[in-house]
Write a protein that binds this ligand. Structure first.
Ligand code: SF4
Length: 61
């Protein structure tokens, strides 16, 4: 399971519903992530999304 892997101290994250989040310490466990946007012309930080997000306990592991 991802949460058993070493956390990545370069990627701090508070999205605890993501399966890649190490809930206890608030870090991502992936080596790298992809960041994108859902906006045609992003103007604020709310426009940026983690594209590596996967809902915990969802789908294919
Ligand atoms: S994949 Fe993205 S949303 Fe999920 S823990 Fe890592 S940084 Fe957070």
């Amino acid at each position: 399971m991802d949460n058993m892997q070493n956390l990545n101290r370069s990627i701090q994250c508070s999205v605890f519903s993501c399966k890649h989040n190490n809930n206890q310490q608030g870090y991502c466990v992936l080596d790298k992530i992809v960041v994108g946007t859902h906006e045609p012309n992003p103007t604020d930080k709310q426009c940026a999304d983690c594209r590596s997000f996967v809902k915990k306990n969802c789908c294919n592991g």
